[in-house]
Design a protein around this ligand. Structure first.
Ligand code: F0G
Length: 348
């Protein structure tokens, strides 16, 4: 076969598989690490973009979901449940469909990007839209999974982080070593924790000479890890990371502390500026994914980004997930007469 096998097969030696684990796959992972020459020049570093938008459902969530759903099948579950700002629900719905499980998702009504909602609908999930934010949805699904025989597939399920750590493996596999800095958006704080676990395991296996500094970036209105307090009413244009009480806060703090890294926040304007600069590299990501690049730009402007380093920014989701954000970020075209004069005039 010319297609790369899925993550369970490629990284089986590093994953908690048994003889009973089904080799579920939608050919997730193997996403490209794309050099960003314009941004590299601007920042004075060697920047690579880990473009997770090219996963089967368009986000990094597929890495964790293939593992969590395979384990749910192994454990005999027939239904999975999750709370989501959108991407987790799309991934859960897809892998549940693939594995023949039922899927229930709780989402914050009105605060989920259009593409993500469309995906969950198309894959056939039962969708419950609550008048509350992600944190409230997560509380509810935790209780439901405690009281009913339904498998919880949010990142508090340890198999999720096991799958997501493969993003770090691929980064080292491609670079031949760990980067100096790993810049990543932080919402519920699972992914930064998973990458740190992956870098650690690969380092122990002799696959890298050092460990990266972990730089986690949150949106200004949803930055509990930067501010050190839970945010009751998180707000940001980057709906994917509109989270005020991250479930894996303790793991994320350990990752940043042990690696000598940092948490920082970026404004919605800084996020959308970075979003456009990333697009000028030919790479289309969703707003949350632009947060780490916004953070690098902010630190560079403050003289706090050491030159010459090798930096990887994880672009967690595809730009097509959130078409509204793209249309709002520029002046959208208006219809004109289908005549040469009108077309030429509009191009002038
Ligand atoms: N980027 C995107 C595109 C996301 O969808 C998420 C999380 C994150 C970054 C943050 O990752 O939560 O591991 O710190 N989305 C979750 C969801 C919350 O429901 O799809 P994290």
């Amino acid at each position: 076969t010319t297609t790369m096998p899925g993550l369970l097969e490629r990284y089986r030696d590093y994953l908690p598989l048994t003889d009973q684990t089904p080799m579920l796959s939608l050919h997730e992972g193997s996403t490209p690490l794309i050099p960003a020459p314009k941004l590299s020049k601007r920042l004075g570093v060697e920047l690579h973009l880990k473009y997770e938008g090219l996963n089967p459902t368009g986000s990094f969530k597929d890495r964790g979901m293939v593992m969590a759903v395979a384990k749910a099948v192994e454990d005999g579950a027939d239904t999975i449940i999750c709370a989501s700002t959108g991407n987790t629900s799309a991934a859960a719905a897809a892998y549940a469909a693939r594995a023949g499980l039922k899927c229930i998702v709780l989402i914050p009504d009105g605060n989920i990007a259009l593409g993500k909602l469309a995906q969950a609908l198309a894959y056939g999930a039962r969708i419950v839209a609550i008048n509350g934010n992600f944190d409230a949805a997560l509380r509810l699904v935790r209780q439901i999974s405690d009281e009913h025989p339904i498998a919880l597939v949010n990142s508090v399920n340890p198999y999720r982080l096991q799958g997501q750590k493969t993003g770090a493996f691929e980064t080292v596999d491609v670079l031949g070593d760990a980067p100096d800095v790993l810049a990543i958006p932080v919402g519920n704080a699972g992914n930064i924790s998973a990458y740190w676990m992956g870098f650690g395991e690969y380092h122990e296996a002799g696959r890298s000479t050092h460990l990266p500094k972990m730089w986690g970036f949150q949106a200004e209105g949803a930055a509990p890890l930067v501010r050190g307090v839970v945010v009751d009413e998180p707000q940001t244009i980057a709906t994917a990371i509109r989270i005020g009480n991250p479930a894996s806060a303790h793991l994320a703090r350990a990752a940043v502390g042990e690696s000598g890294g940092l948490f920082d926040l970026v404004s919605d304007d800084e996020i959308m500026h970075a979003y456009r600069l990333i697009a000028q590299e030919g790479v289309f990501c969703e707003p949350a994914s632009a947060a780490p690049v916004a953070g690098l730009l902010k630190r560079h402007a403050a003289g706090e980004l050491e030159g010459g380093q090798r930096v990887v920014a994880v672009l967690t989701g595809n730009g097509l997930k959130d078409p509204d954000a793209a249309l709002r970020s520029v002046e959208a075209p208006r219809g004109i007469e289908a005549e040469m004069d009108a077309v030429m005039a509009s191009l002038r």
